[in-house]
Every structure is written in C-alpha cells, then in structure tokens.
Design a protein around this ligand. Sequence first.
Ligand SMILES: [Zn+2]
Length: 443
Amino acid sequence: MKFHHLVEKHRDTILETERYVWNHPETGFKEWETQKYLAKVFEDAGYELTYAGNIPGFYTDLDTGRPGPKILIMGEMDALGAPNHIECTNGNAHACGHNVQCAALVGTALALKEPGALDGLCGSVRLMAVPAEELIEISFREGLRRDGIIRYMGGKVEFLYRGYMDGCDISYMVHATPRQDGDFFISAGSNGCMAKEIHYEGVASHAGGSPQNGINALYAANMGLNALNAIRETFVDDEHVRVHPIMTDGGQTVNIIPSAASLSTFVRGKTLESMKKTNRKLNRVMAGAAVSLGAKVKVVDRPGYSPLINDATLIRLTEEVASEYFGADRVNNHGKWGTGSTDMGDLSCVMPSIHPHMAGCSGNSHGDDYLVTDPVKACLGAASVQVGLAQKLLSDDAKLAKEVIANADLRYPSKEAFFEDIDQLMNDKDLVSYENDTITVTL
Ligand SMILES: [Zn+2]
C-alpha cells in the first residue's frame, strides 16, 4: 500500500492529536500533558516506550527484523509563551505549529504499524517525541542545569548528549510553516545560535543627593548596546550574523543609581566559527562599556544550537517523495539559507539530517495570529512524507540510506568531538578587573 494510504487510514486520530496538543500548549521541558497524550496513542498501537523520565520525551524502535540502518524520525512537543496569541491557553500557544509535528509523528507511528508497511524494508525506525526546541525561558533551563537535570538548553541536543540517538544513522522531521507559495519547502540550512547574558554591576547611591558616589550599571549597559550597534558593519554579509539583545534589568528604584543592569541576547551565525568570532567582539564592546564607567561586567554564555546543514542526498530524496505526494509544482526546493535556529542543527553535525517545512498554517511564524488552517494538509502531508521517506530509504536492502550515509559530509567525526567543540561556548566569566591604575580585560 502506498505510504499516504497508510497515513490516511488514521486521519481521525491524527487530527484529534493536532487539536488536543493545540489546546494544551506547554513550553519546553514542561510538556508533560502532551507527552501523556502522545504516549497513550503510541501504547494503544502496541509500541513500548523508553521515557527520558526527568524531562518530557520518549522514543521507541520499530524493527523490520532485518539488519540495516536506523532512521530517526522526530516530532517536537513544545509551544511558545505567547500571552497575546488569539487562541492562547495559560499564556502559551503553538505559534510555531509544533502541534502539527506531534500529529505527524502519531500518523507516522500508526502508518508504520499497518500490515505490510515494512514489507521489503530492512533496518529500523526510531520514533521520538522531543521536548524543548524553542530556546526560551533561559533562567528556568539554567535552573534545570544547576539541578543536574539537563546539561544543554535544547531537547534534541540534550537527548543526543544522553545517548538516546546513539546508533541512529539518519535523522529527520518535518516542521510546519505559514508559507503559502507551495506545499512543501526545502532549504539549504539555517543559522546556529548561542545564548548570552551580560550582567553589569555598578554601585548604588542616592540618584539626587549623591550620584557622584555611584556607578551607573544602566548607563554601562546602554553604552554596551550602542557599542554593539557601532560594530554591526563589521559583520560579514555571508556569515548571516544576527545579534538581537533585550534589556532584562535596568534598575528598580527611580531615586537610586542602578547598581545592576542586564542584557540577554542570542548570537547567531552561519558557522560555529562566525558565532565564536562575533561573541569575542561582543565581549570586547561590553567590556569597553564597563571600563568607561568603572563598572564590572560578567557574561554567562551557553551553547544554543549548531547551524543546520540539510544533507544533500536527503534533499534530493525528500524532494522526490514530496513531489510524488504533492506534485512537483507544489514542492519548493528553494535552497536558501534561514537565519533562525533549530537544534536539528546539532543532529546535522553528527549524522545526515534534513528539516523541511510543510504548509497548512497561516499568520506570522511565532506571531499572535499563527493558526493551523489546513490540518489535513499539514498533518497528513507531513506524516506521509515521513513515512514515504523511511520506506524509500530502507527498501531494496536500504540502498538509498546507505548512499546517504556514504555521501554524508559531516562536520565532526564523533559525538564526543561535537560536544567538545560546542562546550567552548559555555562560559561564566568576569570580563573586567581593576587593580589600582591597571584595568585588565579578559575576552
Ligand atoms: Zn518551530
């Protein structure tokens, strides 16, 4: 039976899942209700699940009984904090459409359990519900880090670190999009990012009576922002650098010179090297601002997500599967570079991966008007491509999966080498120290 007929048989369950998850939006590492719902559908279909346990998420294997590569297919569970979204629940909404991915993952799981679905295939498929793709609520995640629950900020990179993807040879998922100029979209890849907090420390004093005794941390932070804007022209165009700070603390009491001010930003770029280079510049300007005022400044840097590079062979095969389902004229293999970031990027560092987009939504991505307007297209379409691609890769003695693996151009020889590299982005340090007339800046 063709892959989309296998999916079509489960239309009702897929669409119910889409609505349930839409109506129960939970932000990253808190997706317990979503996990519970998905797990029940999986278990009712006969899957045995391995749970992450102390964070949401699970995986399960579907073995063809014949040796061969292991394909990893994922669905993200997390929503965004979006209190002004037109259909928000408890301040959250699926303004990135991850509820569609949950439904597509369910559709994939149910379709692959159908009699005959694995006929002629070898190897295995790992299905995984992953938490926390959106890089938000950084202080909550820092708390999880401090408590030893997670080491990394994103669900997939944390799962990779924990070993839940060990043994997987190829990974993919299909993300929803509000784009209207086609049904299915394939890019070249997208930026990586790191999360950065910048804390200025000054000296509090009466703002009217004795400002001369204070050191204004807010002004130092302000100068840091201005200095950052003054170096933007040094960002090289084709490195796609994005730095977009917000001020998270600028003083508490109007008649006190602020002794603390904080900025929070991402540093995005096309390569890890461009992110590291930009981060070093950022440290320099932030330190310079602190020195101007005699303030201290501390940075808290965390690896976010590595740049995503969609695998060239998977791009071709995915386009073929999507064209079979939607028609070639509805598949937009545009090959452009995206400037957002996803932790699929981390997986693409260590195994051939692809992260295409499926239409069926409307509004602005991450906007207050984001809606799933065509759930049949979005959910059944994504599930069909996921199933069709697995069948294509693993049929004929997994000829095409083996081709993908043989042709893969990975950035790291091993998971260990990957983590060693991104761990260089993990820093907690004071940038400036004062001793008599000597000021020392550490980048
Ligand atoms: Zn998303």
